[in-house]
Design a protein around this ligand. Structure first.
Ligand code: HEM
Length: 202
């Protein structure tokens, strides 16, 4: 009689870890913009666009130089940085000084964590651009939605997840990725002037 092997329980993937460990950080950022659609003056929306513009300006070159490269690189999706610039111009967002991104030379797992935050932000974008179009007060106020529309394409995020899944990750690798994702969320919060201290459970 052959020995039976206990069914193995699937280990959490790197994405599972990133999602679980940055849940609080995401909620803090989300909460910081909870009143965005109620604020018909557009001041909160300007803050949202300004934050994303600065984040893309600072983070895209870091990822491009990293072992990951620019995530989802290819010509089948819109340029989010350019789209944020268009919205910022339409909203007359004043250029303001920014701080350098805290992880200028990430390794591959740190780059996964950084890109997870930058590309994951696409997942809420479709919902946000639909909310603006549905709300007559906001669509009537003609909020520009280039950034949200460019971000509504989730394919680069899916491609990033495929790349993550193809890279075997040990515990140390996962911790580095999670710490980098946490630093990225904190960087976003700093850019939008949010002092909420919630952070990852890593
Ligand atoms: C400010 C308003 C925001 C709202 C309302 C929002 C909403 C959402 C929603 C509804 C999802 C889940 C979508 C789904 O599962 O299909 C999501 C996912 C995600 N968002 Fe946001 N988001 C916001 C901002 C951001 C920002 C600015 C970032 C990045 C800095 C971000 C990072 C992420 C990430 C990484 C995920 C993927 C989580 C996962 O692994 O499934 N979000 N967001």
């Amino acid at each position: 009689m052959s020995a039976t092997t206990a069914p193995s329980r699937a280990e959490p993937s790197l994405r599972d870890r990133l999602r679980a460990d940055t849940r609080d950080a995401h909620e803090a950022l989300d909460a910081s913009f909870a009143d965005m659609f109620a604020d018909i003056s557009g001041a909160q929306y300007r803050r949202f666009i300004a934050m994303n513009l600065k984040a893309h300006e600072a983070i895209e070159p870091v990822l491009a130089e990293s072992p990951l490269g620019r995530p989802g690189a290819g010509d089948d999706h819109a340029d989010r940085l350019e789209a944020a610039r268009q919205d910022a111009k339409a909203l007359e967002v004043e250029p303001s000084p920014t701080s350098p991104f805290p992880l200028p030379r990430p390794d591959i797992f740190e780059a996964f964590g950084i890109a997870y935050v930058l590309e994951g932000s696409r997942l809420g974008a479709k919902y946000m651009s639909r909310a603006i179009k549905r709300d007559e007060r906001l669509s009537g106020a003609r909020w520009p939605t280039h950034y949200l529309e460019a971000s509504s394409d989730a394919r680069p995020f899916t491609r990033l997840l495929d790349r993550m899944a193809a890279e075997p990750a040990g515990e140390d690798d996962m911790r580095r990725a999670t710490a980098a994702a946490d630093a990225t969320f904190r960087y976003f919060r700093m850019l939008c002037g949010d002092n909420d201290e919630r952070t990852t459970r890593a």
